[in-house]
Design a protein around this ligand. Structure first.
Ligand code: HEC
Length: 110
């Protein structure tokens, strides 16, 4: 690759990077999440609850965990890095803003 092409490639990467930063990660709004948790409390709102399908499964406690961790976990289900039949389906229905709001909400919840 010649110098001009290299410069072009480097500039493209830099531009892509600053574009991603400009888009940013949406800021979580715990208040806004209150309308979104209806689809979570069926499983995560019950202490000691276990799903019976497709196998008996302990539902983890998510209240009070770090918002960062929660957001990363939800993103992982969304993109398939982590998979669980119900969580993957739930996570795929969420937008970036939903993930941020839910992470903020559950991060504060006890
Ligand atoms: C059908 C039951 C069910 C519903 C509905 C559900 N979850 Fe889950 N969730 C689970 C189970 C079971 C796991 C553990 C799966 C695993 O081990 O990967 C889990 C895991 C998680 C985790 C990862 C926790 C950890 O400790 O790593 C997060 C975060 C999470 N759920 C958030 C949510 C949010 C937010 C909603 C609502 C938008 C939701 N879940 C809806 C059952 C459910």
């Amino acid at each position: 690759m010649n110098k001009v092409a290299l410069t072009f490639v480097a500039a493209t990467f830099l531009a892509a990077g600053s574009y991603a930063r400009a888009q940013g990660v949406p800021k979580g709004d715990a208040e806004a999440a209150k309308g979104k948790i209806t689809m979570c409390i069926g499983c995560h709102g019950v202490v000691g609850y276990q799903t019976a399908f497709p196998q008996v499964y302990h539902v983890p406690m998510i209240a009070g965990q770090s918002p960062d961790y929660l957001a990363k976990a939800l993103q992982a289900y969304r993109v398939g890095d982590r998979s669980h039949p119900s969580m993957s389906a739930v996570a795929r229905s969420l937008s970036d803003q939903d993930v941020a709001d839910l992470a903020a909400y559950y991060g504060k919840a006890r």
